[in-house]
Design a protein around this ligand. Structure first.
Ligand code: GUN
Length: 280
Protein backbone atom coordinates (compact mmCIF):
# COMPACT_ATOMS: atom_id res chain seq x y z
CA UNK A 1 0.00 0.00 0.00
CA UNK A 2 1.33 3.38 -1.01
CA UNK A 3 1.62 6.00 1.73
CA UNK A 4 2.12 9.71 1.31
CA UNK A 5 5.07 11.50 2.87
CA UNK A 6 2.95 14.31 4.23
CA UNK A 7 5.49 17.09 4.77
CA UNK A 8 2.85 19.48 5.96
CA UNK A 9 1.78 17.17 8.75
CA UNK A 10 5.37 16.32 9.73
CA UNK A 11 6.24 20.02 9.79
CA UNK A 12 3.29 20.79 12.06
CA UNK A 13 4.36 18.07 14.48
CA UNK A 14 8.01 19.16 14.53
CA UNK A 15 6.93 22.79 15.01
CA UNK A 16 5.67 21.85 18.47
CA UNK A 17 9.13 20.62 19.52
CA UNK A 18 10.78 23.69 18.05
CA UNK A 19 8.40 26.04 19.90
CA UNK A 20 9.46 24.31 23.10
CA UNK A 21 13.14 24.90 22.29
CA UNK A 22 12.44 28.57 21.51
CA UNK A 23 10.63 29.07 24.81
CA UNK A 24 13.55 27.48 26.69
CA UNK A 25 15.90 29.93 24.96
CA UNK A 26 13.61 32.86 25.75
CA UNK A 27 13.67 31.86 29.43
CA UNK A 28 17.44 32.46 29.22
CA UNK A 29 16.93 35.80 27.52
CA UNK A 30 17.86 34.57 24.03
CA UNK A 31 15.56 35.20 21.06
CA UNK A 32 16.63 33.31 17.93
CA UNK A 33 17.01 35.64 14.95
CA UNK A 34 16.95 34.98 11.22
CA UNK A 35 17.58 37.58 8.53
CA UNK A 36 16.77 36.99 4.90
CA UNK A 37 18.15 39.07 2.06
CA UNK A 38 15.85 39.12 -0.94
CA UNK A 39 16.92 40.83 -4.15
CA UNK A 40 14.14 41.81 -6.53
CA UNK A 41 10.62 40.51 -6.56
CA UNK A 42 10.59 37.49 -8.85
CA UNK A 43 7.55 35.31 -8.19
CA UNK A 44 8.82 32.13 -6.60
CA UNK A 45 11.47 33.70 -4.35
CA UNK A 46 8.99 36.16 -2.83
CA UNK A 47 6.60 33.28 -2.07
CA UNK A 48 9.38 31.19 -0.48
CA UNK A 49 10.50 34.13 1.65
CA UNK A 50 6.96 34.93 2.75
CA UNK A 51 6.51 31.30 3.83
CA UNK A 52 9.76 31.46 5.83
CA UNK A 53 8.56 34.63 7.53
CA UNK A 54 5.20 33.09 8.46
CA UNK A 55 6.84 30.04 9.99
CA UNK A 56 9.44 32.09 11.89
CA UNK A 57 6.67 34.19 13.39
CA UNK A 58 4.72 31.06 14.36
CA UNK A 59 7.77 29.68 16.18
CA UNK A 60 8.73 32.93 17.93
CA UNK A 61 11.89 33.50 15.88
CA UNK A 62 12.77 37.12 15.13
CA UNK A 63 12.59 37.52 11.36
CA UNK A 64 14.11 40.42 9.50
CA UNK A 65 13.50 40.79 5.78
CA UNK A 66 16.10 42.89 3.99
CA UNK A 67 14.68 43.65 0.59
CA UNK A 68 16.75 45.21 -2.19
CA UNK A 69 15.59 46.32 -5.64
CA UNK A 70 16.69 43.99 -8.45
CA UNK A 71 19.26 46.56 -9.66
CA UNK A 72 21.10 46.74 -6.33
CA UNK A 73 24.88 46.83 -6.76
CA UNK A 74 27.01 43.89 -5.74
CA UNK A 75 28.97 46.16 -3.38
CA UNK A 76 25.84 47.26 -1.54
CA UNK A 77 24.87 43.63 -1.10
CA UNK A 78 28.36 42.65 0.11
CA UNK A 79 28.36 45.55 2.59
CA UNK A 80 25.05 44.37 4.04
CA UNK A 81 26.46 40.85 4.40
CA UNK A 82 29.45 42.25 6.28
CA UNK A 83 27.10 44.13 8.58
CA UNK A 84 25.10 40.96 9.34
CA UNK A 85 28.31 38.99 9.91
CA UNK A 86 29.10 41.44 12.71
CA UNK A 87 25.62 41.79 14.22
CA UNK A 88 25.34 39.80 17.47
CA UNK A 89 21.53 39.75 17.41
CA UNK A 90 21.52 37.78 14.13
CA UNK A 91 22.12 34.05 14.66
CA UNK A 92 21.95 33.24 11.00
CA UNK A 93 21.05 34.72 7.66
CA UNK A 94 20.52 33.65 4.10
CA UNK A 95 20.60 35.33 0.73
CA UNK A 96 17.64 34.01 -1.22
CA UNK A 97 18.78 32.52 -4.54
CA UNK A 98 18.77 32.92 -7.49
CA UNK A 99 20.30 36.40 -7.73
CA UNK A 100 20.09 38.73 -10.76
CA UNK A 101 22.70 38.12 -13.48
CA UNK A 102 24.83 41.18 -12.63
CA UNK A 103 25.63 39.74 -9.20
CA UNK A 104 28.24 37.03 -8.74
CA UNK A 105 26.49 34.36 -6.68
CA UNK A 106 29.75 32.62 -5.68
CA UNK A 107 31.21 35.84 -4.36
CA UNK A 108 28.08 36.51 -2.31
CA UNK A 109 28.00 33.02 -0.80
CA UNK A 110 31.70 33.22 0.06
CA UNK A 111 31.17 36.55 1.86
CA UNK A 112 28.81 34.98 4.42
CA UNK A 113 30.47 34.08 7.74
CA UNK A 114 30.33 30.27 7.85
CA UNK A 115 29.16 30.41 11.47
CA UNK A 116 26.06 32.35 10.36
CA UNK A 117 25.58 30.53 7.07
CA UNK A 118 22.30 28.90 7.99
CA UNK A 119 21.91 27.65 4.39
CA UNK A 120 25.10 25.59 4.67
CA UNK A 121 26.23 26.87 1.25
CA UNK A 122 29.65 28.29 2.21
CA UNK A 123 32.69 26.32 1.03
CA UNK A 124 33.66 25.64 4.65
CA UNK A 125 30.25 24.21 5.52
CA UNK A 126 30.10 22.17 2.31
CA UNK A 127 33.49 20.72 3.25
CA UNK A 128 32.35 20.09 6.83
CA UNK A 129 29.42 18.08 5.51
CA UNK A 130 31.59 15.94 3.22
CA UNK A 131 34.09 15.11 5.97
CA UNK A 132 31.25 14.00 8.22
CA UNK A 133 31.47 16.95 10.62
CA UNK A 134 28.46 19.03 9.63
CA UNK A 135 27.97 22.54 10.96
CA UNK A 136 24.87 23.88 9.23
CA UNK A 137 23.10 21.87 6.54
CA UNK A 138 21.31 22.97 3.37
CA UNK A 139 17.68 23.12 4.39
CA UNK A 140 16.04 21.13 1.60
CA UNK A 141 18.43 18.21 2.00
CA UNK A 142 18.10 18.30 5.80
CA UNK A 143 14.31 18.50 5.51
CA UNK A 144 14.23 15.40 3.29
CA UNK A 145 16.20 13.40 5.85
CA UNK A 146 13.96 14.66 8.68
CA UNK A 147 10.93 13.50 6.73
CA UNK A 148 12.40 10.02 6.01
CA UNK A 149 13.28 9.70 9.70
CA UNK A 150 9.81 10.77 10.78
CA UNK A 151 8.33 7.85 8.82
CA UNK A 152 11.04 5.47 10.14
CA UNK A 153 12.27 4.76 6.63
CA UNK A 154 15.50 2.83 6.85
CA UNK A 155 18.45 4.40 5.03
CA UNK A 156 21.43 2.24 6.01
CA UNK A 157 22.44 -0.21 3.30
CA UNK A 158 19.72 0.96 0.90
CA UNK A 159 20.30 1.92 -2.72
CA UNK A 160 19.64 5.64 -2.89
CA UNK A 161 19.61 7.33 -6.28
CA UNK A 162 19.58 11.12 -6.55
CA UNK A 163 18.55 12.79 -9.81
CA UNK A 164 20.07 16.29 -10.02
CA UNK A 165 23.47 17.50 -8.80
CA UNK A 166 22.80 21.06 -7.67
CA UNK A 167 24.72 22.61 -4.79
CA UNK A 168 21.39 23.40 -3.12
CA UNK A 169 19.86 19.90 -3.14
CA UNK A 170 21.46 17.07 -5.15
CA UNK A 171 25.00 17.22 -3.78
CA UNK A 172 24.15 17.83 -0.11
CA UNK A 173 21.38 15.21 0.04
CA UNK A 174 23.80 12.71 -1.52
CA UNK A 175 26.39 13.50 1.16
CA UNK A 176 23.82 13.15 3.91
CA UNK A 177 22.53 9.80 2.61
CA UNK A 178 26.11 8.58 2.30
CA UNK A 179 26.78 9.66 5.89
CA UNK A 180 23.81 7.52 6.90
CA UNK A 181 25.36 4.50 5.15
CA UNK A 182 23.20 4.37 2.03
CA UNK A 183 24.80 3.29 -1.24
CA UNK A 184 24.40 6.51 -3.18
CA UNK A 185 24.30 7.03 -6.93
CA UNK A 186 24.31 10.62 -8.20
CA UNK A 187 22.68 11.07 -11.59
CA UNK A 188 21.95 14.11 -13.74
CA UNK A 189 20.82 15.33 -17.15
CA UNK A 190 23.74 13.63 -18.96
CA UNK A 191 23.43 10.25 -17.27
CA UNK A 192 23.03 7.49 -19.83
CA UNK A 193 20.12 5.04 -19.50
CA UNK A 194 18.68 7.01 -16.61
CA UNK A 195 15.56 4.83 -16.05
CA UNK A 196 17.81 1.78 -15.85
CA UNK A 197 19.83 3.40 -13.06
CA UNK A 198 16.92 4.94 -11.15
CA UNK A 199 14.90 1.72 -11.21
CA UNK A 200 17.57 0.19 -8.94
CA UNK A 201 16.69 2.70 -6.24
CA UNK A 202 15.13 1.78 -2.91
CA UNK A 203 15.07 5.51 -2.23
CA UNK A 204 14.76 7.88 -5.20
CA UNK A 205 15.29 11.60 -4.66
CA UNK A 206 14.28 13.73 -7.64
CA UNK A 207 15.58 17.29 -7.93
CA UNK A 208 16.02 17.96 -11.63
CA UNK A 209 13.58 20.83 -12.15
CA UNK A 210 11.55 19.34 -15.03
CA UNK A 211 7.79 18.96 -14.69
CA UNK A 212 6.58 15.33 -14.38
CA UNK A 213 9.95 14.05 -15.68
CA UNK A 214 9.94 10.80 -13.71
CA UNK A 215 7.52 8.19 -15.08
CA UNK A 216 6.69 4.73 -13.77
CA UNK A 217 9.48 3.05 -15.78
CA UNK A 218 12.01 5.04 -13.66
CA UNK A 219 10.74 3.48 -10.45
CA UNK A 220 11.20 0.10 -8.80
CA UNK A 221 8.16 -1.56 -7.26
CA UNK A 222 7.99 -0.56 -3.59
CA UNK A 223 10.49 2.32 -3.81
CA UNK A 224 10.39 5.45 -1.64
CA UNK A 225 10.11 8.48 -3.94
CA UNK A 226 10.87 12.02 -2.79
CA UNK A 227 9.93 14.81 -5.20
CA UNK A 228 11.81 18.08 -4.74
CA UNK A 229 10.38 19.71 -7.87
CA UNK A 230 8.32 22.91 -7.93
CA UNK A 231 7.19 23.12 -11.53
CA UNK A 232 4.16 24.02 -13.62
CA UNK A 233 2.42 21.53 -15.90
CA UNK A 234 1.01 22.33 -19.38
CA UNK A 235 -2.08 23.84 -17.77
CA UNK A 236 -0.02 26.02 -15.46
CA UNK A 237 -0.85 23.95 -12.38
CA UNK A 238 1.80 23.46 -9.68
CA UNK A 239 3.42 20.03 -9.96
CA UNK A 240 6.64 18.21 -9.15
CA UNK A 241 9.43 16.51 -11.09
CA UNK A 242 7.59 13.22 -10.66
CA UNK A 243 4.48 12.28 -12.65
CA UNK A 244 2.56 11.48 -9.48
CA UNK A 245 -0.45 9.82 -11.14
CA UNK A 246 1.77 7.56 -13.24
CA UNK A 247 4.20 6.64 -10.45
CA UNK A 248 2.44 6.64 -7.07
CA UNK A 249 0.78 3.20 -7.21
CA UNK A 250 4.21 1.59 -7.65
CA UNK A 251 5.77 3.19 -4.58
CA UNK A 252 5.74 2.36 -0.87
CA UNK A 253 6.03 6.06 0.01
CA UNK A 254 5.84 9.16 -2.16
CA UNK A 255 5.93 12.86 -1.37
CA UNK A 256 3.28 15.01 -3.04
CA UNK A 257 3.78 18.48 -4.55
CA UNK A 258 2.72 20.72 -2.93
CA UNK A 259 2.72 19.58 0.71
CA UNK A 260 5.77 17.31 0.63
CA UNK A 261 9.34 18.61 0.66
CA UNK A 262 8.40 22.32 0.62
CA UNK A 263 7.16 22.61 4.21
CA UNK A 264 10.07 20.42 5.39
CA UNK A 265 12.62 22.79 3.85
CA UNK A 266 11.33 25.57 6.06
CA UNK A 267 11.24 23.26 9.09
CA UNK A 268 14.89 22.38 8.57
CA UNK A 269 15.87 26.04 8.16
CA UNK A 270 14.13 26.99 11.40
CA UNK A 271 15.73 24.02 13.17
CA UNK A 272 19.17 25.31 12.11
CA UNK A 273 18.40 28.84 13.30
CA UNK A 274 17.35 27.55 16.71
CA UNK A 275 20.45 25.34 16.86
CA UNK A 276 22.70 28.36 16.17
CA UNK A 277 20.90 30.33 18.91
CA UNK A 278 21.39 27.41 21.32
CA UNK A 279 25.14 27.65 20.58
CA UNK A 280 25.32 31.34 21.49
N1 GUN B 1 16.38 29.18 -3.42
C1 GUN B 1 15.79 27.96 -3.52
N2 GUN B 1 16.07 27.20 -2.45
C2 GUN B 1 16.86 27.95 -1.64
C3 GUN B 1 17.48 27.71 -0.39
O1 GUN B 1 17.37 26.65 0.23
N3 GUN B 1 18.21 28.75 0.11
C4 GUN B 1 18.38 29.92 -0.55
N4 GUN B 1 19.13 30.87 0.00
N5 GUN B 1 17.83 30.17 -1.73
C5 GUN B 1 17.07 29.19 -2.27
Amino acid sequence: MMKQLNGKEVANTLDQEMMQRVSELKAKGIIPGLSVILVGDSGASSVYVRNKQKRAEKLGINFDLIHFESDVSQDTLLNKIEELNNDNTVDGFIVQLPLPDHINEDKVIKAIDSKKDVDGFSPENVGNLWIGQPNTLPATAAGILMMLDFYNIEIEGKNAVVIGRSNIVGKPVSAMLLERNATVTMTHSRTKNLPEVTSQADILIVAIGKAKFVKSNFVKEGAVVVDVGMDRDEEGKLCGDVDYDDVSSKTSYISPVPGGVGPMTITALMDQVITLAERR
